[in-house]
Write a protein that binds this ligand. Structure first.
Ligand code: TRH
Length: 389
């Protein structure tokens, strides 16, 4: 049965913030796109408004229900038992297998037809994903579907807004706009012509070693790091106990500047304006791919080093071009994640990476074109939901 055509389809996303910003970052991006590009009436249930506010400053943490960018945002604090079938959306998404309220599920089961129930999973480049994407599981007399983002056309693809590339290319073609954007963070005229690097990683990344390599290097590097990220290494380099946004210091060839945490749209601009991006988790990782610039990924740590398997699976797809494996990129990525058995020091890894930078840049652009061919996750998800119902 198709989704309703007499009114905009409605969709609810349930988001539990496990930690950091990726959970709400992905849900917010998906919610906005479904609303603005597809006219879907979206309700985003989220249990942590404070985390949400960091990436979307207009969020009021004290309000139970509010509108933001056309999306209804509900503070999810375990409300239960108060749902009627008329409260239920046509499509219900539980993000990363979070348990949606039993009362909501009971009301879903009373709906005719049942809503499309999707579990939106985490992103991985491993091959098994293609076999698990769109699998079903019977629950409470309904069918739950597993929807996997991914890097091939046999998965749900990656989140990407329709106008993203156009916006990026316009911004990157406008040197004055890029300079003005960076200047607001204190970047000087001299620093604009240095190698500009954004740095977003987990505390375990070997940032101090990388800083030492940059500091001793021949080429000026300006490293832009959000407040609180890589805190120990940044604090030590800057020599300021707090290292607040606005703090900066130059030593040797390296300047480190601490940035405030910016909105998601400005974070994209930061990635577009930098020459190399260090990203992490899931959402910034995907945004770095759409930026079409060289990047290194710090993957979210998992038990038993499962993240190393995922990292290698990604590198097998990404760190390779028509000439073969891009060894410098793979070695640096493995070392950055503590996965290289006999990792070279950063004083060797970084120059090797720089020597291959033209090749890595071409690969980054090719990859983002290749990923576009898989469609975008929001459109793929709606098409899937329409075909499922
Ligand atoms: O913050 P992350 O580490 O998030 C997550 C969570 O840990 C989550 O539990 C885990 O499942 C997932 O990683 C894999 O990294 P991520 O995914 O890159 O999310 C960061 C978000 O914050 C992303 O939407 C970009 C946004 N952001 C800003 O909006 N402004 C900023 O200044 C920065 C640095 C990031």
């Amino acid at each position: 049965m198709p989704l309703p055509t007499d009114r905009a389809a409605s969709l609810a996303i349930f988001c539990k913030v496990v930690d950091n910003y990726g959970d709400i970052g992905i849900c917010w991006r998906l919610a906005r796109q479904l609303q603005s590009e597809h006219g879907v009436a979206v309700t985003l249930w989220v249990d942590d408004l404070a985390s949400f506010q960091r990436i979307c400053p207009e969020i009021d943490v004290a309000v139970e229900s509010q509108q933001a960018a056309g999306v209804t945002v509900r503070h999810w604090r375990g409300q239960d038992g108060a749902f009627a079938p008329t409260d239920i959306a046509d499509i219900v998404i539980e993000f990363f297998a979070c348990d949606i309220p039993p009362g909501y599920i009971a009301a879903m089961a009373q709906c005719t037809p049942h809503p499309v129930w999707l579990n939106l999973e985490g992103l991985t480049a491993e091959e098994w994903v293609e076999g698990c994407h769109a699998l079903t599981s019977p629950r409470h007399g309904m069918i739950k579907h597993f929807f996997f983002p991914g890097f091939t056309h046999k998965t749900g693809g990656l989140l990407r807004e329709a106008a993203l590339e156009e916006k990026r290319l316009a911004f990157q073609a406008d040197a004055a706009a890029m300079a003005a954007f960076l200047r607001q963070f204190g970047v000087t005229a001299a620093e604009l012509s240095a190698l500009k690097v954004s740095l977003f990683c987990y505390p375990s990344a070997p940032v101090a070693e990388l800083f030492a390599a940059w500091r001793q290097g021949d080429e000026p590097v300006v490293c832009l790091v959000p407040e609180g990220v890589a805190f120990d290494a940044v604090q030590a380099f800057i020599g300021d106990d707090a290292a607040p946004a606005g703090a900066a210091r130059t030593r040797g060839a390296l300047t480190v500047r601490v940035l405030p945490f910016v909105s998601q749209d400005d974070y994209d601009r930061l990635l577009w304006a930098c020459d190399v991006n260090f990203v992490r988790g899931e959402d910034s990782f995907v945004r770095a791919q759409w930026a079409g610039k060289p990047f290194l990924w710090h993957i979210y740590l998992q038990d038993e080093n499962l993240h190393h398997v995922k990292l290698r699976a990604f590198l097998q797809r990404y760190a390779v071009d028509g000439q073969g494996a891009i060894a410098s990129l793979a070695q640096a990525a493995l070392a950055w994640n503590g996965a290289g058995a006999d990792a070279l020091p950063w004083t060797a890894l970084w120059p090797a990476l720089c020597a291959d930078m033209p090749r890595i840049s071409v690969r980054a652009q090719d990859w983002q074109r290749q990923m576009q061919e898989n469609g975008d996750l929001a459109s793929n998800l709606l098409a899937f939901a329409g075909a499922t119902r």
